[in-house]
Design a protein around this ligand. Sequence first.
Ligand SMILES: N[C@@H](CCC[C@H](N)C(=O)O)C(=O)O
Length: 322
Amino acid sequence: MMGMIAAPEHALNQLAGLAYAKGHGTGNDFVLVDDPEGAITIDATAVAALCDRHRGIGGDGLIRAVRSVDIAEGAEILNEDDRAEWFMDYRNGDGSIAEMCGNGVRVFVAFLIAQGHVTLEHGDALTIGTRAGVKHVVRTDNGFSVDMGPWEFIFPEAAQEKAIDSLVQTRGLDVDRPALSVSMGNPHTVVALADEDELQDLDLTRIPSVRPLPPHGTNVEFVVPAEPLVSHGVGNIAMRVHERGVGETQSCGTGACAAVVATRHWAAGGSTPDQNQASEWNVNVPGGTVVVKFIPSPDGSEHVELSGPAQIVAGGVIAGNA
Ligand SMILES: N[C@@H](CCC[C@H](N)C(=O)O)C(=O)O
C-alpha cells in the first residue's frame, strides 16, 4: 500500500520523498526506514515528528535498517561476528537512543525480508547487529525467536540479598511498591502487583517514580503472576509497561524478558531458581502474548530467548510539510 501523507511537522521536510514502512510486534509499533548505505540522517526531532500519532505516521519508535559497515557502531559488531551484515538502528518515539528492542528486532527482520535484503525460511537463523551486541534470530511458524543474550541485575547486591532493590510509585497505587531492576541490554524495573484489578487500575500516562533510578533511566514493568504461577510446566504472568522515551505501550519484548527474570527470582525466594520450575513463560500484554525461555550458553551464562509475532502492515512516502 503506497500513500502520500501531509505531515505538518516542519522537521519532516528534510525527509520528504523518503519511503517508510509501518510494522508491529504484539502492538508495539514502529516506523521502519530502509537505509542500506547509511546515507540518511534522521535527527531526534525528526524521529519524534515521524512517531507523532496525530501529526506524523505514528509509532512507539523508529527503526533504520543499515548495513553494519555503514554505521559507526557497526565496526564493533563486525569484530564480534562478521555475519552481522545488518544493523538495527533503533530510536524511541521521543528521539532518544535505546540499546535494544525485543519486539523491534523481530519486526526489523520481517522488514529485511520484505525489502528483499535477506531470505529466511522457517527454521533459518539470521545474525544481526544492535547496540546491545549481536543477536541471533530464528524464523518460526508464527514469527521469530531471538536469543536476547544474558540478563543481569542492575543492582546485584540488593537483588541477591533482599530480592528487591527499589521502590516504585505511579498513579493508581496506594503505597510505594518494591521492585527489582534487570538489564536486558537496556534497563528495566519490575514491580509485582497483587491482582488483575490493580493492574488494570494503573494510570500509566505519567512516568512512574523509581527510587533509586538506574543510571540511564528505566522502563517500568508492572506484573501480576497467574495462580498457579506455573501450570503444566508453563509459567504465566500478565504485564503492563511504561517505556522509557515512549510512555505506555501495548507490549515490550525486553520488558517481558526482565519481568520473567524478576518473577522467577521472587518465586525462588531470591535464591537460585529451580531450572525445572517452568520450561517456558507466557507474558500476556495488552497487545498479545510473547514467550520467554531460558537457555544455557556455552560460556556458562544464562541467556533469555524471546519469541513472538512480527508484522509489516503498510508502507508509504513522506510528503513533508509541502
Ligand atoms: N519496546 C521495546 C523496548 C524499546 C526501548 C525502550 N523504550 C528503552 O528505552 O529501553 C522492546 O520490545 O523491547
